[in-house]
Design a protein around this ligand. Structure first.
Ligand code: UDP
Length: 327
């Protein structure tokens, strides 16, 4: 059985679906603070899935789960992931993302579970020194969210040396789209991400979409990001799990499309997909936003044999259908 922490959330639920479709038995552990019980109910239609409500910060919750189920490997998503909030309340981030993960790792070691796929982020790189960003780029996070993820990467390296815990760290770039046919998608409250925010200005007449800064040093003045489809990302988790089984070796991979789109390009694509004129205004820059981030994902391609298949138009199309359902 594969344990998926945070499996009621956005990326966790898509990965759970991938494993279910491939015939695995899945156990989801989630405190439902940001995840949704409706997502678990939806996933139940697709295979053998158990759900335990619990919190990483409570080691007894973890002990109960590891005693009750025979767990083979862990895919660890459960974390807080809002950059702005992490600056305002770093304690929340370090307590959950770092201390909570330590509880998880210690419980794994105790129960002799020695394989973990960890959700890391391009936010561990900080302000890019060069693009595209490869895995060897220096890691200097500029906010507590990125720091909390980098700390766990370091802990995982030390736990490998000392306890033989093998980990694959996946550094995601920007994630987009959903499997709206299966009934799962991006469902954050409040929503801060670009694509759902543009689409909410289509479904909600009172919402004007704001571009955070058009005076960056980029061709159209708006920030450039690498938007990778969530189902492609889910595929990468399956490949990472297979890599751990096959090689029994730790590693780290960037996950992105190796292609950058500006905020204005994404906005225009959203108008095209929805067939609507979307109200927009230029606003102040958002603190902590680097001008350009996109991945060199060659390592994931060659070693994991991962190829992102979905386009940005696919991602926006599925996200729009989901947004209408959510509404
Ligand atoms: N962005 C924007 N308006 C919004 C949300 C985001 O202009 O309502 C911009 C943001 O400044 C960044 C890009 O879109 O340049 C991607 O932001 P998002 O929050 O989706 O992801 P992040 O890059 O922070 O992980």
């Amino acid at each position: 059985m594969i344990l998926i922490t945070g499996g009621a959330g956005y990326i966790g639920s898509h990965t759970a679906l991938k494993f279910l479709n491939d015939g695995f038995d899945i156990l989801i552990f989630d405190n439902l603070e940001n995840g949704h019980i409706e997502t678990i109910d939806t996933l139940k239609k697709f295979g053998n899935i158990s759900f335990e409500k619990g919190d990483l910060r409570n080691i007894d919750n973890l002990e109960n789960v590891f005693s009750k189920y025979k767990i083979e490997a862990v895919i660890h998503f459960a974390a807080f992931a809002l950059v702005g909030e992490s600056v305002e309340d770093p304690a929340k981030y370090y307590r959950n993302n770092v201390f909570g993960t330590l509880n998880l790792l210690d419980t794994m070691i105790k129960h002799n579970v020695k394989k973990i796929v960890f959700s890391s982020t391009c936010a561990t790189y900080g302000e890019p020194q060069y693009t595209p960003i490869d895995e060897l780029h220096p890691q200097n996070p500029i906010n507590p969210y990125g720091s909390s993820k980098l700390m766990v990467e370091r802990i995982l390296e030390d736990y490998d040396v000392a306890y033989g815990l093998k980990s694959v760290k996946l550094r995601y770039f920007n994630v987009a789209g959903c499997n709206e046919k299966a009934g799962i998608g991006e469902w954050h409250e409040p929503e801060t991400h670009l694509i759902p925010n543009i689409l909410k200005s289509v479904t909600d007449k009172n919402k004007i979409f704001k571009i955070f800064g058009d005076d960056y040093n980029t061709p159209d003045g708006t920030c450039i990001r690498d938007y990778v489809n969530v189902e492609d990302l889910a595929d990468a988790h399956k490949l990472a799990y297979e890599y751990l089984k096959r090689e029994n070796m730790s590693n780290v991979f960037n996950l992105g499309t190796e292609h950058g789109d500006s905020v204005k390009t994404i906005f225009t694509e959203c108008e095209k997909v929805t067939g609507r004129k979307i109200p927009v205004q230029i606003a102040e820059r958002r603190p902590g936003d680097p001008a350009i981030l996109y991945a060199n994902a060659n390592k994931a391609k060659t070693i994991l044999n991962w190829t992102p298949k979905r386009t940005i138009t696919d991602s926006i199309t599925s996200a729009y259908k989901w947004e209408k359902k959510l509404k």
